[in-house]
Design a protein around this ligand. Structure first.
Ligand SMILES: [Zn+2]
Length: 40
């Protein structure tokens, strides 16, 4: 099983089919992450 994780807030965003356990880091659209994005 693969797991998508937000690299900013570490929230589990989604799961996807995978032969082995895989963690992928991406950015979710939660309020916390959106606020950090605006500061850049
Ligand atoms: Zn997030």
């Amino acid at each position: 099983m693969g797991i998508l994780i937000c690299h900013t807030c570490h929230a589990t965003i989604d799961h996807f089919e995978s032969e082995k356990v895989t963690f992928l880091y991406t950015k979710c659209e939660c309020q916390h992450c959106s606020q950090q994005d605006e500061e850049k």
